[in-house]
Design a protein around this ligand. Sequence first.
Ligand code: NAG
Ligand code: NAG
Length: 315
Amino acid sequence: MAPGRRGLPSQHTWHSRATAVLFSVLSVKSARALRELRRKWLRAAGLGTCAALAALLLWGILGADDGVTEVLAHRGEVLPGRFIEVPCSEDYDSHRRFEGCSPTKCGRGVTDAVISRDEARRIRSIAEKGLSLGGSDGGASILDLHSGALSVGKHFVNLYRYFGDKIENIFSEEDFQLDVRQKVQLAVAQAFGVSASSLHLTKPTFFSRINSTEARTAHDEYWHAHVDKVTYGSFDYTSLLYLSDYLDDFGGGRFVFVEEGANTTVEPRAGRVSFFTSGSENLHRVEKVHWGTRYAITIAFTCNPDLGIADPALT
Ligand SMILES: *[C@@H]1O[C@H](CO)[C@@H](O)[C@H](O)[C@H]1NC(C)=O
Ligand SMILES: *[C@@H]1O[C@H](CO)[C@@H](O)[C@H](O)[C@H]1NC(C)=O
């Protein structure tokens, strides 16, 4: 009985000791495993943080502001033409309609085949010269080609009146022999199935220069989404000619069609023309420019001959 009694407890003791040892081995092992795990986790977290920071930095540099999901035109592509039709908004109903001109087919298009890079370079030098005469103290400067209004500081001044004959020394005759307006007008008319002669240049048609300097006035805040037909009643078709290259000359500053489902961007490229019907079917914005300088020219067309303007000329 006694050995049995002794045996049992001893067996029990051994067992429990073994269990205890096993457990302590296990706990040492699990503590080690836990430490190992924690180290691994910390390393992963560290790497994750680094990756997140790098991504954030890249995001900042490349200027991807927000949920951009589609690219209509990449900066590296040379597009003969790309067109996306969208249903027309009702914005045109509240304006006088012009048969064969007022938009019945709406949409947006991009082409790199209308204006050469060489032409774009020459136009850009006009823009640089014109805008060098002044410039807003915020990041966005505008040179209105019709009125000659140039944003200087918080004011708009009339370039022609303000600078007088100095202008003649800045712009050469050759500068104005570019028939850019006509080429763009033909491309727009063709895309929307209207006659080019029914389109009239309207104001404002302007050069813009944007850099990363903070806006000083509300006028400088170019990045808000807007509808051209609402902002400028006369617009029926808006076109933009880019004069600098996205990511070569500047970062940020992509053009974005803002939509509920998916935003669509156009990456600027010198010589690239983008155009669209001006109603709220084409709500859009320009991303903030993060570095460098972005030059473009906005060329607007109206169907109403009364709202047309003559070709810009500085003489
Ligand atoms: C489109 O852009 C706007 C602001 O520009 C943003 O509020 C919206 O969330 C974006 N939509 C998508 C689907 O990413
Ligand atoms: C941006 O342009 C303005 C003139 O419009 C100039 O004063 C400013 O220094 C420029 N900023 C940068 C970062 O180049």
